[in-house]
Write a protein that binds this ligand. Structure first.
Ligand code: GCU
Length: 138
């Protein structure tokens, strides 16, 4: 299925705040994780049917250090210490993708900071295959 996007600012936040002081986010802002291990953002994702789909996290990490996170789906770890690398720019948004099995109906997708630096700034989660863009001009 085509990707469905979920804004982090509307997700459930454990130790973090919604901010908008770095441009380039989608929606109304992004989540700034508190700089502690265990801070998290949890999305509720609806799947039309059971499927393994790409989970694409859009984030910014303006430091030069990795901000790894543990990704769980319905409480089950699907990516341990997934890398969210720094590129030195809080406005230089990046995407990190991991495939995960979803059940039909509601699923919880949680991204939990695995280091004392906390998570990156998280803009959104996109679930599903990226839309195909057709260039009709050629
Ligand atoms: C800065 C930046 C925040 C970021 C924070 C961090 O304060 O402005 O957007 O979340 O660093 O290191 O986590």
């Amino acid at each position: 299925p085509a990707a469905v996007g979920y804004e982090a600012e509307y997700a459930a936040i454990g130790q973090g705040s919604v901010e908008s002081d770095h441009t380039g986010f989608t929606g109304t802002g992004f989540v700034n994780y508190d700089n502690v291990a265990g801070s998290y953002v949890e999305f509720t994702v609806t799947a039309e049917e059971q499927a393994t789909l790409p989970l694409a996290f859009r984030f910014a990490n303006g430091t030069t250090a990795d901000r790894p996170m543990d990704i769980t789906v319905n409480g089950v770890l699907v990516a341990d210490n997934l890398s969210f690398p720094g590129n030195g720019s809080w406005t230089g948004w990046q995407t990190r993708t991991v495939d995960a099995a979803l059940q039909q109906g509601g699923n919880t997708v949680r991204a939990t900071a695995a280091s004392a630096n906390g998570g990156p700034n998280l803009d959104s989660l996109s679930v599903g295959q990226p839309a195909v863009t057709t260039d009709w001009s050629v």
